[in-house]
Write a protein that binds this ligand. Sequence first.
Ligand SMILES: [Zn+2]
Length: 89
Amino acid sequence: MYERLTKCPLCKSEQFINHLVVKDHAISKESFIICECQNCKVWFTNPRPTEENIATYYDNPSYISHQDKSKNITDLVYKAVRKYTLNQN
Ligand SMILES: [Zn+2]
């Protein structure tokens, strides 16, 4: 269902930290940890849903980005990051 990443999906570095936790209140009620790669600074979710599992997110028409399904998880992360950023101010 989920794949736990041990390497950065972008640069394959194994050095990343847990940056924040995001809970998907709307659909899955599950939490995702957002990791920040210490090398390239990219943020990614970990564990991340496998492609098979990610399809369940698309089944809900009210979900964030049904216009562009490829951005679904990215939008979740983006909104969480934005909320997180706002909370810092
Ligand atoms: Zn990286």
